[in-house]
Every structure is written in structure tokens, then in C-alpha cells.
Ligand binder design. Sequence first.
Ligand code: 5GP
Ligand code: MN
Length: 316
Amino acid sequence: MTLDNIKQEINKANSIILLTHENPDGDAIGSSLAFHLALKEYGKESDVVIPDYPKTYSFLPGAEEIKTEGRQETYDLAIALDCADIKRLNGFASYFENAKTRIMIDHHSKNTMFGDVNYVNPVAPACSQILITVLGYMGIEINKEIGTCILAGIITDTGGFKYSSVTAETFEFVSELLGKGINVSNIYRRVLEIKTRPNFELTKIAMNRLEFLENGRITFTYITKEDLEKVEAQTGDYEGIVEMGRGIEGVEVSVFLREEDNGFKASLRSNDYVNVADVCLMFGGGGHIKAAGCNLQGNVEQVKTKIVNEIKKYLK
Ligand code: 5GP
Ligand code: MN
């Protein structure tokens, strides 16, 4: 049984590295830190390696222990969290490949099953929520610190408990955390509500550029490298901008492009029936049914045409 394999491999390992996806969000970071703290409780040291992450999450317990690279080339055990594809391992696929044993824990439906032991629950709203089961199986108690990291992941990936992916277990867990005296409202505010100034400035720019396409069923907007420089954006200051379009009446898909050195990173969100993971898969990306992403080459107009033409195939 997979959970038992995970436990046995952890028991055997003397060196463990925890890895997550590039452009790490609250679930990537929350899952990594929750597992790191839990392993410590279990009597195992681990290295959490995340090269760069939004400073919004630096308040999370254990964040000061995040490393920008591994301490050794080869670990006994590598654990990938919240990552659907080995190509997205933060540029650290080699640590995963070089490890003697590889475990992958994730909640993306389009997962490529790239570990030796794969534990994927596509119904879980966040990878961090899966860890409740994993830690429970290992007999590790979820203390305040671990609970805070798990909660940060859930809040991020459910948009603050509002996506359809939320399950009964989500609220049971939050109820337990409240019972343990964890300040859920404060974590919610820090993860989701407080915006950095550059994020606010970028949101204004994106809002002004937002267009309605296909009879108002698609919204499209973008930010350029120049915008990012102008507002002195840091990693993650563009998070959440894609949500703006999805909240407008009649909109099915929201598209947000962010210019990178080599083309654009696209973020897609849908409301009801368009599977944006399928749309993104067409361009080598992926994600979830209602939240997905991919990378595209070309100028804004070319990229817009490519994505919109693909989405149109799914519109009712
Ligand atoms: P976001 O739009 O917030 O960057 O990403 C939304 C979801 O899609 C996340 O679950 C993220 O992991 C996934 N995603 C974003 N970009 C890519 C990509 O290029 N490839 C894959 N496989 N998934 C992606
Ligand atoms: Mn996630």
C-alpha cells in the first residue's frame, strides 16, 4: 500500500530532500514546510529546497530553514510535493533523479507519475490537505506549526475555501485547527488578503487592459516585463491577477499573460464547464480543471490568438 511504502522509505532514509514546483505558491511552500516540520517531529532531518518564493509566505513556520540549493548531490530519498511533472521541479529535477528513492505526492489530475512511489489524490483541493492523511498514517501529530503550513496551502489553492474543490475534510480540518487555538483568520489575511504595493499596481495595469472576447465569455489581459520593472515587482507579485476576470458576470474563462524572458507565461481560470487543464495541455502545460497554466512564444497578439482559438473549441 502506497502510504506504507512512503512510511517505510522515510524510515530507511538517512538524508531527505523536499522539492516542489517552480513559481511556488502557498500550497507548494505550505506543503514543503509542513512535511519538513513533520519529519522533524518524526525524528528525521530534511532539506527543503526552494530557490525563490513570494515573501508573502516568509511568515510560515520553518520558512527560515528553506535552502536555495541542496547540501549534497545525492540524497537517500527525494520527495516532490504539489508538482505534476518532473520538468516543473524548480530546475532541481537532478536532485530528484539522483536520489536513491523518489516519492511523489500531489493533487494534479494530469500527473505524469514520475516517482518510484506515487501518491496522487486529484480530488484533494490542495497537496497540503493530502498531507493530513500521510501524517495521520505515520502517527505524526499535526501541531500548530504544521497546521499553519497545511492551512496556508489549503487557503491558497481553494481561493479561501471558495472553490468547488473544497471537501468536507477541509472544514473538518479547519475546525480542528480552531480547536487547537490556531488563528485561522490571521493566516487567511496574511495568505490571501494583504497585497504588496507592486501587486496592487500590476492589478491596476491589468484591469485597464482587460478585454472581453467571445461575447463576454472570455476575459483577456496581460502584463509586460516593462510593467514588472516599473512597479519593481518581486517573485509572486503577479499572483491572483487572473482571478479578476473570472469574477465578472457571464465570464467562463479568464486568461492572464505575464511576459518572461522567453515568451509568456499564461494563467487560465474557468468557472463552470471549460477544462482549462486540457486547453493548457495543448501547449505543453497543465494544471487543474479550473486553474491551469502553460508557456507560449510570440508577441501578445499572437499568443492571445493561439489561446483564444483553443478555448473557443470548448465554449458552449
Ligand atoms: P497558476 O495560473 O496559478 O500559475 O497555475 C495554476 C495551476 O496550473 C497550478 O496548479 C499550477 O501548478 C498549474 N500550472 C501552471 N503552469 C503550468 C505549466 O506550465 N505546466 C503544468 N503542468 N502545470 C502548470
Ligand atoms: Mn497545489
